[in-house]
Design a protein around this ligand. Structure first.
Ligand SMILES: [Fe+2]
Ligand SMILES: [Fe+2]
Length: 153
């Protein structure tokens, strides 16, 4: 499978979230490059970096949804959890010497764009509503940077 390419319909309209999603796409593409070159060390590093980054992204999203009192937060969290445990299983198999990269890459390609287009798109109204309210109160920057600094170094 070739590289993933960003398309405009993936934009949520929340700039900070779009930036994070693009970063995850970047990891998936790096995983594909490492798979083609067959460099196991690089594959391991990319998987670990991607897992770390994705966990931070999920935690950040969950904070935004929670602060916005998003009604489907619980279900969205569950979807994140299930995904993370699937990826951990792939990582374990990889660490045990199994060849999983192609299968993992295919799952990531399918899952990410699907999740962005359906589950993430669904919280945008609530989160943007909260943001716009804060813009009126001139606190949006503070709220976002406080949330960001909790999850991203
Ligand atoms: Fe997301
Ligand atoms: Fe999400």
């Amino acid at each position: 499978m070739a590289h993933l390419h960003w398309s405009n319909d993936l934009n949520t309209g929340i700039e900070v979230i779009d930036g994070q999603h693009k970063q995850i796409v970047e990891y998936i593409n790096r995983l594909n490059d490492a798979r083609i070159s067959g460099d196991r060390h690089e594959i391991g590093e990319v998987i670990e970096g991607m897992v770390d980054y994705t966990l931070s992204h999920f935690a950040f999203e969950e904070t935004l949804m929670s602060d916005a009192s998003y009604q489907f937060l619980h279900g969205h969290k569950k979807i994140h959890e299930i995904f993370v445990s699937r990826i951990h299983k792939f990582h374990e198999r990889f660490a045990a010497g199994e060849e999983v990269t192609e299968e993992l890459h295919a799952l990531l390609c399918r899952w990410l764009f699907n999740h962005i287009r359906s589950d993430d798109a669904a919280y945008v109204g609530a989160v943007r509503g909260k943001m716009l309210k804060l813009v009126g109160e001139k606190h949006e920057g503070g709220w976002l940077s406080r949330s960001l600094s909790r999850f991203f170094a």
